[in-house]
Design a binder for this molecule. Structure first.
Ligand code: HEM
Length: 158
């Protein structure tokens, strides 16, 4: 009897997150599979960006637990890529500029229950504008998905 009661009060185990990639975490293929999955689920993501004098503060979240975990995974991985100069998407001029200036970018990540809050700033006024342009592009990924990610994005004029 007791085990039956225990059985019905124990919440069902959280579903195993669907593996988004067969590649090893940290590899370019793994990171690509993660952001492709985010693009494919962009309707489940919401994002708010606050302009700062020296950059941005952005909150990017989802009520879907798996998507929320992927946003966290993506942003952690991208921070490591900036630190290691492990470049991706170098056909897109704004990404070339972001990696060229990674040394001037401060990225502080706070994980929220449903995603991330990121403060991205720079003491260099042009890099601060670059960060703001990149944030507009990420918002485009969230609102338009792959329609936005197939486009090239220009860094701000010097
Ligand atoms: C819907 C899809 C995507 C979401 C939700 C997303 C989310 C984010 C967030 C929250 C940040 C932290 C900075 C910020 O908040 O502005 C970020 C940074 C970054 N994302 Fe994504 N991203 C997406 C797609 C992509 C794609 C397609 C790429 C392409 C390679 C990418 C590459 C990067 C890189 C390199 C950074 C670090 C550079 C920086 O923040 O300056 N993301 N992304």
């Amino acid at each position: 009897m007791a085990s039956a009661v225990a059985a019905c009060t124990t919440p069902p185990a959280a579903p195993e997150p669907t593996p988004v990639s067969e590649a090893k975490p940290g590899t370019a293929q793994y990171d690509k599979d993660v952001f492709e999955t985010l693009l494919g689920n962009h309707e489940l993501i919401r994002r708010e960006v606050k302009q700062l004098p020296n950059g941005i503060e952005a909150t990017t979240e989802s009520d879907n637990a798996e998507v929320a975990a992927l946003i966290q995974n993506h942003v952690r991985a991208m921070k490591v890529r900036l630190e290691k100069d492990a470049r991706i998407r170098q056909w897109d001029p704004i990404f070339v500029a972001i990696f060229d200036n990674a040394g001037k970018i401060r990225m502080e990540i706070v994980e929220t229950p449903k995603g991330v809050r990121v403060q991205e700033t720079s003491d260099d006024p042009w890099v601060a504008k670059l960060i703001q342009s990149h944030a507009v592009m990420v918002s485009g990924f969230v609102s338009r998905g792959s329609e936005e990610s197939v486009l090239e994005h220009q860094p701000p004029a010097k």
